[in-house]
Every structure is written in structure tokens, then in C-alpha cells.
Design a protein around this ligand. Structure first.
Ligand code: DGJ
Length: 725
């Protein structure tokens, strides 16, 4: 049983493929956390209960016989504000009396196969009830009558579980939720490092490893989007954990707005890890009878280092996050005009792109920003989703027909949540954007943010999008979002609910995305936010791929794609060959191949030599498609360990195929390059597809390959494809 309850000791035990997660109902129905880590057979962990140094620590709970129990040091399963636990807490409500003292205690539980959906929010799914088991724990605050249901789901066959919380106001008075984290894990030692992914526009998701200190430390977003600055991912790892060995706890929030991932220090030696909506920019008014659901946190445990953690996230997301038609079938190989033309294009020009694309074996042309309103630069027209027929040389339908006649599919760009100051929509509805009374609105890229917390605003924008997609043969949509949220207020919410706007905006965006996926189940949607500013599992639930970065330089992309690979699979990583100068077509192709693969340049500029290379790349895209999308990733040399070289491998699940890619960022002079491969079957023999040499898996992993004579000047790269005999 993946989830069990030992009624004698009143202990819950959740066993994933790699881990055990254990907590107990203690005296007075406190829910105390006992253990999370490598799998253990025991369920009686009372000796393990953490108390620290007690007697001096107030407040002792007079209702508990155990005088050594103190909320100040106990490991809580879902710690509450103001009741003697002085660390960062997971939950706080401000009650009708005006204080925020909150104290949830266990009431009841149920365990069942399957997994419930979360209303209005993306979450991992099961394909059948046998895929997962769920534990629901009902807790209640005796004074306010507010209840919380803690949800835990264990996925069969994965070292992974999810957590979320639903708050129900069962009292007869309104309350204000001040904080509601999705998960909280108390650890009783301090000997960990924290790994997070920081960045900015053009340099998203850089790996950062810092020791866990005796302070509160962590990452957050307050931008309204999950953001370039920090990804809603964090890992807590052992001091000796590396790519292959050691314990790694990965946390990832299925949410696209303001989040927090933090680690608070407990004076007696433990730490508390929290992940959820950022409480700094959040509040929620809960009327009697109302419910509030938190986003879902995904928790992966691996004792095979960061590599094991990443591979678990990848398989889990491929099978239980990404949905719809495009989750498992082959996606089209596309060319996008953005980097080639910006907004300076015509219908005729794009038809030439499609003609060249056809000759090269590319499946789809994506028309990026600039096809609507009077948008010839980024100063105007967002919100005016009317086709610029003059630019396209006629109605959109006719233009698409010209593309389709060449045997090329067609995709289009939208930025639904935005409004240009210079737009008819803004002139007609200046109150439709986020704003607060009496203040100037900050402007970014000449645009404001539409108030997607409002249904009327969402309905209007969606009806325009829907008409365009329904009336034309559109196979793909790129959903962009190019600025953060500021002056976050809504014209239609009362003052007491303005703190809800950040979260309501996210819910509104999800609602429109949901409608889009329901109305157009065949549509492939790619998410984008000035590159990878909203690369998170919330978006992946609606859009199976995300444009990873506006930086398409293959050397820079190494850092970005390595960081992204910590929890997101290659099938989700939007990666194109572009005109960037730092490396040749070969390396650009090799790096983009570790993603969705596509092109982002003017195909009319290709030389005959370029065309030969690109035709080879297109055939490699097909050859390696399944291996890259469904294989296991092994990061052999990471850019966070070496600024000279990067190397990674994809290995098929049956271990019969592997593709090794090496890129040189900076030439290493006069040094042998021996690389030990990983993930192969030591018993099998592999043939190198290019040289015909045969090696055992054992040799490749222990003696390694001598790659000294392979191309290794700055920007060079090469691939080696191995398959079993
Ligand atoms: C930002 C995106 O990241 C680019 O790919 C492009 O779509 C532009 N926006 C268009 O404005």
C-alpha cells in the first residue's frame, strides 16, 4: 500500500518508489511530521519525534501530558501562525476578532485510489485511478471553525508525491486568509544545500547552490508571473549530493504567479521548507461556506543525486502533467519569423519562408507579432486583435490558404493578457487594465496589463481570439506575455478584496487557457513570456511546450537549457536554430535538438552549404525524436561545473539507444578528453553509428570514450549515437 495508516501508533506513511514520508497524530490531535527521505520499512517512528530542548521554551501546551512538547520546536505537518510556533508558518487566517492566531488540529482522514482535480487550477492528473493514491486529512481550527483539507497524492512507480490544501470556512463569520502554503516539510537537521534557478531576460534558469544557513533564505516572485528572476523550483540536497549520488529533494509549484520557496532555520538545528503562493502579495476574503484551493506542489525525492531527481520530474511531467493530443504524438517542426523579420514583414515575404520551409522538410510556419491592428512596432495595437489585411495582402484565410497550398501548416502569435496604451481597446476601456486609483500606471514595452481577474475583460479578449482561430486554419498558437504586473488593482473589486487581484489574475489566465484547450483540442499551444519568463508547470498543463529564452545563441543556451533540465523535460523546451553568430549551424542544431527543435531565421538567406546542413538536421530531428522526448537525461558535464565544455546524453528507456552531445564553449589546450558515459546497460554491447566501433556498456561507463580527437575549438560540437547490436 503506497499510503497506510497505522491506527495503533496513529501514523500515516506515504511510500513512493524511492521515499517514505511519515507523520503522526500526536496528543490533542496535533499533526507532527516525523520523516521524509529514503524508503524505510518502519511505521512506528515515535522515538524519532523531534523535541529539541524543551522546558525553557514557552509556550508549553497545558493540555498535553507530555511536558516536553512545545510548538516552538516541534516538526509540524501544517504549521499555523500565532500559536507558539515562531518559525515561518504555512497557514494564517485573520478572524472576525481581528487577530491571526490560527491552530489547525486533525479531525479525520480518508485514503482512496486516484487523485482529485483542483478547481480552477492546473494540477497533475492520473490516466486511471490505479496511477496514484490519495490521502485527505481534514483539520479544523476550533475557535474560528475554519477547516483545511490537506491533500497528498503518491504516484505509482515514481519517487514523487504532490501536496495541496483546500480551505473551507465552515463558520458563520467571514475570515481573511493571509497565507496558505501548498507544502511544508520540517527536517530535523541542517546539513543541506539549497539549489534554485535564478535569471533574467536572455539568461533564464541559472543553477545556484548555496549552503542552508541559520537564517531564513529562499526565492520568490512578486511580478505576477512566475518570472525570469527565479523559477518556482527549489531543491534541498545533501552536502555531498552531486549529479549521480546523494539525496535530493526537488520542489516545484504548479503555479504561474507570485510564489515563495523558502527555508527557515530552527534554532535547535532543524529547517522548515515552504512552497506556495507568496504571502506578501496575497490575501483572500472567505465568506461563510466559501472554499479556497491552493496550487499544487510537486515533491520528488531521489537518492541518485540531481540526475535521478531530474529524470523523475521529466517522466512524471511527460505522463501526468502535459495533457491533450500533443502530450504523446509527434509535434510539427516549425519555422518562426520573429528573429528574421520582427514586425517588418508582408504576406508575400512569409509565403517565401513557407516555400523554402517546404524544400527543407519543415512542417509549419509561425507568424509572430505584428499581424494585427497597426502594429509595425511594439508601441501599439495589443488588444486590437483585428487582422492587418493590408500587411498580409488580403484576408487571413486567403493568406493561410497560400501557405497551406504549399503543404505547410500555419501558426499565429497572440499576447492576450496585454493592452497597448496606443490601442482602440485602451481608448474605449481605459479601466480594463490593472490600475489603482489616483496613481500613474507603470508602462513597460508601451503596454499595460489587462485586468484578467475580470470575466468581462477575459470574455471580450477570448471571443476575438476564438473567432480568429475558428475561422481560419490555425494549427498552433504562441501565447506570449511580455511584462510584469504593477499597480495591481481591479476596478470592480471592493477595497477589502484588492489583495486577491494577483491570484485572481492567474486564475483568469488559466480560465482562458482552459477554454482555448477545450474549444480547440487539436491546437498546439506554445507558451512564451519574453522568452522563458513563465516557464512553470502551471503553464505546461495548458501548453505542452514553452519558448525557453529569447537568447538563441547556442553557447548561452547551454546554461539556460541545463538549468531548465533540472525539472522540465526536453519535449517542453522551445529551442530553435537562429542566425546568432557565436557558432555554426552544426552547434546551433545540436543544442536546439535538445528541445522542441525548429528554426527562427530567414530561409531565403541560406547558402547551398547551409541547405545541406539543415536537411541533415531535419532528418536527425526525425531520427532522434523519440529518444530525445522519451529518453532519460544524463548531464555528464554541466556548465555550472565547467565553463569550457558541456556534455549530455539521452538514453532510451530500454537502454538500447543513446545519443551523446558535447559542446566546447572554450577550447581546452593540449588536454586529453576522456568521457565516462552513464545510464547504459553494462551487459549490453553498443555500436557507434558513425565509426562502427563496438563497446560494452560497462566499458563506456567505466573506461569511458577517448574523445580527444573530436572537434573542440570554441563553439564546436559533436554527437555520438550508440545503439545495441
Ligand atoms: C517576446 C518573445 O519571446 C519573442 O519570441 C517574440 O514573440 C516577441 N515577444 C514578439 O513581440
Amino acid at each position: 500500500m503506497p499510503i497506510s495508516f497505522d491506527s495503533e501508533h496513529r501514523v500515516f506513511k506515504l511510500d513512493t518508489a524511492t521515499s517514505s514520508y511519515v507523520f503522526e497524530i500526536y496528543e490533542q490531535n496535533y499533526l507532527l511530521h516525523l520523516y521524509y527521505g529514503a524508503k524505510i520499512p518502519d511505521s512506528n517512528l515515535s522515538a524519532h519525534r523531534y523535541k529539541g530542548w524543551f522546558a525553557s521554551h514557552a509556550p508549553l501546551n497545558i493540555n498535553i501530558d507530555d511536558t516536553q512538547f512545545s510548538p516552538d520546536v516541534s516538526m509540524f505537518e501544517y504549521p499555523c501562525e500565532g500559536s507558539g510556533d515562531f518559525r515561518e508558518t504555512a497557514f494564517a487566517i485573520r478572524n472576525a476578532d481581528g487577530n491571526n492566531t490560527t491552530d489547525l488540529r486533525y479531525v479525520s482522514h480518508k485514503i482512496y485510489p486516484g487523485k482529485p482535480v483542483i478547481d480552477g487550477l492546473p494540477s497533475l492528473h492520473v490516466n486511471s485511478d490505479s496511477d496514484a493514491d490519495t490521502l485527505e486529512i481534514l483539520m479544523r481550527d476550533a475557535v474560528t471553525g475554519v477547516s483545511a483539507i490537506l491533500y497528498y497524492t503518491v504516484f505509482s512507480g515514481y519517487g514523487a508525491m504532490t501536496r495541496s490544501v483546500k480551505i473551507i470556512n465552515e463558520s458563520d463569520k467571514a475570515v481573511e486568509i493571509e497565507r496558505v502554503f501548498s507544502t511544508c516539510v520540517d527536517f530535523n537537521t541542517h546539513d543541506y544545500d539549497m539549489i534554485t534557478l535564478y535569471g533574467n531576460w536572455l539568461r533564464e534558469r541559472n543553477f545556484e547552490r548555496t549552503p542552508v544557513k541559520h537564517i531564513k533564505q529562499g526565492i520568490y516572485s512578486r511580478r505576477g508571473l512566475s518570472s525570469h528572476a527565479q523559477n518556482p523550483f527549489g531543491a534541498i540536497v545533501g552536502k555531498d549530493t552531486n549529479e549521480e549520488y546523494g539525496s535530493a529533494y526537488g520542489f516545484n509549484l504548479v503555479y504561474s504567479g507570485n510564489f515563495e520557496f523558502s527555508c527557515d532555520s530552527e534554532p535547535h538545528g532543524g529547517i522548515r521548507v515552504l512552497m506556495g503562493i507568496n504571502p506578501d502579495t496575497f490575501g483572500w476574503h472567505l465568506e461563510p461556506g466559501d472554499k479556497f484551493s491552493s496550487p499544487e506542489a510537486v515533491m520528488v525525492y531521489s537518492n541518485e543525486g540531481l540526475g535521478g531527481m531530474s529524470r523523475t520530474f521529466h517522466r512524471l511531467y511527460t505522463n501526468h502533467l502535459i495533457r491533450g493530443k500533443w502530450a504523446h504524438i509527434k509535434r510539427p517542426l516549425l519555422i518562426n519569423n520573429w528573429e528574421a523579420t520582427g514586425m517588418d514583414f508582408t504576406g508575400d515575404k512569409l509565403v517565401t519562408f513557407a516555400e523554402r520551409a517546404k524544400e527543407l522538410g519543415i512542417d509549419m510556419l509561425v507568424m509572430d507579432d505584428g499581424w494585427f491592428g497597426k502594429r509595425d512596432d511594439d508601441k501599439s495595437s495589443l488588444g486590437d486583435w483585428q487582422v492587418n489585411e493590408e500587411k498580409l495582402g488580403g484576408p487571413l484565410k486567403d493568406f493561410i490558404a497560400r501557405i497551406n497550398a504549399l503543404g505547410i501548416k500555419f501558426g499565429i502569435w497572440f499576447e492576450p493578457e496585454m493592452i497597448s496604451r496606443d490601442s482602440n481597446l485602451y481608448r474605449e476601456h481605459p479601466d480594463w487594465c490593472l490600475h489603482v486609483p489616483g496613481r500613474e500606471k507603470s508602462i513597460a514595452r508601451y503596454q499595460y496589463v489587462l485586468d484578467f481577474s475580470r470575466k468581462d475583460v477575459r470574455d471580450y479578449i477570448y471571443s476575438l481570439m476564438k473567432d480568429i482561430i475558428a475561422e481560419n486554419n490555425i494549427a498552433y498558437v504562441k501565447w506570449d506575455c511580455n511584462r510584469s504586473l504593477s499597480e495591481v488593482g481591479s476596478a470592480i473589486l471592493p477595497p477589502g478584496r484588492q489583495k486577491e487581484v494577483f491570484h485572481r489574475f492567474v486564475l483568469g489566465t488559466y480560465e482562458v487557457m482552459d477554454r482555448l484547450t477545450i474549444d480547440f483540442p487539436d491546437l498546439l499551444i506554445e507558451n512564451c513570456s519574453s522568452g522563458g519568463g513563465r516557464f512553470d508547470p502551471g503553464m505546461l498543463y495548458f501548453t505542452p511546450q514553452i519558448w525557453c529564452s529569447d537568447n538563441t545563441d547556442p553557447v548561452d543556451r547551454i546554461d539556460i537549457q541545463f538549468g531548465t533540465s533540472l525539472c522540465y523535460p526536453a519535449s517542453t523546451v522551445g529551442a530553435h536554430v537562429s542566425a546568432s553568430k557565436r557558432a555554426g549551424f552544426g552547434t546551433k542544431g545540436n543544442v536546439a535538438l535538445w528541445g522542441t527543435f525548429g528554426y527562427e531565421l530567414d530561409p531565403n538567406t541560406f547558402t547551398p552549404e547551409d541547405i545541406d546542413i539543415i536537411k541533415d538536421q531535419v532528418s536527425e530531428y526525425h531520427k532522434y525524436y523519440d529518444l530525445i522526448r522519451n529518453g532519460d537525461l544524463y548531464r555528464l558535464i554541466s556548465p555550472w561545473e565547467s565553463d569550457r565544455r558541456a556534455a549530455w546524453m539521452m538514453v532510451s528507456e530500454d537502454k538500447n539507444e543513446a545519443l551523446l552531445t558535447c559542446v566546447t564553449m572554450r577550447k581546452e589546450w593540449g588536454e586529453a578528453f576522456i568521457l565516462k558515459l552513464r545510464g547504459l546497460d553494462p551487459e549490453k554491447y553498443y555500436v557507434d553509428d558513425t565509426t562502427g566501433e563496438v563497446y560494452s556498456g560497462a566499458l563506456l561507463m567505466n573506461a569511458g570514450l577517448n574523445l580527444t580527437d573530436y572537434p573542440q575549438n570554441d563553439g564546436d560540437s559533436f554527437k555520438i549515437y550508440l545503439r545495441t547490436l
